[in-house]
Ligand binder design. Structure first.
Ligand SMILES: Cc1cc2nc3c(=O)[nH]c(=O)nc-3n(C[C@H](O)[C@H](O)[C@H](O)COP(=O)(O)O)c2cc1C
Length: 374
């Protein structure tokens, strides 16, 4: 089952969701090794920071030599900046797929009119998307757009956003089937994915939300008619989910969850890769939350969990993991435990008079602050 996104061919039709602080080169490498054939998107980059030559942003654009296609997510609110950032992604960093993020629900961002607030402003949205497409198309690089269902149940913008993106020439769209108000709480509305798929007919529509096991992906595609899936929290601490996805899309079954010995080996590798990229101290510090996800559901004991929460070197991590029985199995009920963000619902802050400005193309001031997250 092949998904075409512009010149890209994805088999299986699976995309790793951009996740700030998570989808680093290290994590993408693990995911790619388990699931060659999918598309693995970088952490989100702020267009303004990229254009201004921010060093941290440039560091987030590290790719493995064998990482193809190079995929990056961009966040911005001003057409000129987004266009220029797209050009730099392609020209300076060899990026081969650009995803635009219009789903961030962070109050400090929506209050300024950025993130999930922007799709309300249809003309501006079209201009921002159009600027990226215009910069990328001559280079043969596909642009995709990721967004939510809307602000809240009474202010749904998912279908209008999809239609605008289609009209502006993007190669595919992806719906996180929650509103900004929901944030990460409640169930994603797969019915909204089906509705979007019925309206947007000329480009692939990808579904996102609540794929915890590989079988969920097949079910989402069957129930909604969507063309591919975007995997977020389901793969946190479980990069082998991409192997399961490959197996089920090829008509087979997912493997049984690994015993802890296998998990520990992947954890060590992940920590080593982060240490290579960020230095041991910073790398291990950012590994700690991954450690919590890897071990979620395994009966490793409170002391071990506490120790993993403070590890500061690869050797220390190896020592802690050595003390755990490698034959520990994951109880069946742990498979669908939520992980990562679960917060919400929460009212969405919008700028004063925002809903009266639907056709105003002026970019909101102050919304391109350095943010992370979607
Ligand atoms: C830790 C974390 C960071 C995220 N960062 C981003 C981001 O930078 N850009 C984005 O578009 N979505 C971001 N998201 C949202 C995910 O891409 C995805 O849309 C969401 O988690 C729903 O999918 P899921 O139910 O499979 O997790 C983030 C989610 C999490 C949990």
């Amino acid at each position: 089952m092949t998904l075409r996104i512009g010149p890209l061919r994805l088999d299986p039709p699976v995309v790793l969701a951009p996740m700030a602080g998570v989808t680093t080169r290290a994590f993408r490498r693990l995911c790619r090794q388990f699931g060659p054939g999918g598309l693995y998107v970088s952490e989100m980059l702020t267009a303004r920071a990229l254009v201004e030559g921010n060093e941290r942003t440039a560091r987030m654009l590290r790719f493995d030599v064998d990482e193809r296609p190079r995929s990056a997510q961009l966040y911005g609110v001003a057409p000129g900046t987004v266009g220029e950032a797209t050009r730099r992604l392609i020209g300076d960093f060899g990026v081969e797929h650009v995803d635009l993020n219009f789903g961030c629900p962070a109050p400090k961002v929506t209050a300024k009119g950025g993130g999930a607030a922007l799709p309300v402003r249809r003309r501006l949205l079209a201009d921002v998307i159009g600027a990226a497409v215009k910069a990328a198309t001559p280079e043969g690089v596909p642009v995709t757009v990721k967004f939510r269902r809307g602000i809240h149940d009474e202010l749904l913008t998912g279908v209008s956003t999809g239609l605008i993106a289609e009209a502006e020439g993007v190669a595919a769209i992806a719906l996180h089937a929650r509103t900004a108000e929901q944030r990460y709480a409640g169930d994603a509305s797969w019915a909204a994915i089906a509705e979007l798929k019925a309206e947007v007919t000329t480009i692939p529509v990808l579904g996102n939300g609540d794929i915890w096991e590989a079988g969920d992906a097949v079910r989402m595609m069957a129930e909604t008619g969507c063309d591919g899936v975007v995997i977020g929290r389901g793969c946190l601490g479980r990069p082998w989910l991409f192997a399961d996805l490959g197996a089920v899309f090829a008509g087979g079954s997912a493997a049984a969850p690994p015993d802890f010995g296998v998990v520990a080996a992947v954890m060590l590798r992940h920590a080593e890769l982060l240490a290579e990229d960020e230095g041991e101290k910073v790398g291990l510090c950012s590994f700690r939350r991954h450690a919590a996800w890897y071990t979620q559901g395994y009966a490793i004991g409170a002391d071990t969990r506490r120790a993993l929460g403070t590890v500061s070197s690869v050797a220390e991590l190896a020592g802690v993991l050595d003390g755990v029985d490698p034959s520990l199995a994951l109880p069946a009920e742990a498979l669908r435990m939520k992980r990562g963000h679960t917060d919400g619902p929460r009212p969405v802050r919008l700028p004063h008079g925002w809903l009266n400005l639907i056709d105003d193309p002026t970019p909101p001031a102050g919304a391109e602050i350095l943010i992370s997250g979607g």
